[in-house]
Write a protein of this length. Structure first.
Length: 163
């Protein structure tokens, strides 16, 4: 790829990032896309649940030996919740500080945190006799931290070093 083309791409990526950082609102995102549990989200949650419950690559090790990294989670903890019973620890990564703050607020049980109850209740229905609050608490139990990440960088988790 020519230097000119690389420069154009780099410039465009910077502009998109600037726009995303300036205009994305986690609460508005939740109100627009996660105000109710729709069939599309149910489908994906069931797929995640089934994968963690049945796929040999994911079930071959004891949950005590598994660590999960969710990369680019946005302000949404529900997909990670699908894995909460199948892992010993969960780290989430997100580029936007606003989204990391929303996730942290939910993990800490903040009063202003977004409500994900219908999603956890649906996940619980896939693994009776659990209820939605148990699913949420399990996620909080295995949750470690929310890290900054940026796929446009050579080391997306920099300055974090993975061993």
């Amino acid at each position: 790829m020519s230097e000119e083309c690389e420069g154009d791409i780099t410039s465009r990526v910077r502009e998109i990032r600037r726009q995303y950082e300036g205009e994305f609102d986690p609460k508005e995102y939740h109100a627009t896309y996660y105000h109710t549990l729709d069939e599309e989200v149910k489908f994906f949650l069931k797929c995640y649940h089934d994968a963690f419950n049945t796929e040999s690559l994911l079930t071959g090790r004891s949950p005590r030996q598994r660590r999960l990294l969710e990369f680019g989670c946005g302000p949404v903890p529900v997909y990670a919740a699908a894995a909460a019973y199948y892992t010993a620890s969960l780290t989430m990564c997100e580029i936007l500080p606003k989204n990391r703050e929303e996730l942290q607020a939910w993990m800490e049980g903040g009063e202003e945190a977004l409500d994900w109850t219908p999603f956890f209740t649906y996940l619980a229905s896939l693994m009776p006799p659990r209820n939605g609050e148990e699913v949420a608490e399990r996620l909080r139990d295995v949750f470690q931290l929310v890290l900054p990440c940026d796929l446009t960088q050579r080391e997306p988790l920099s300055p974090i070093r993975q061993k």
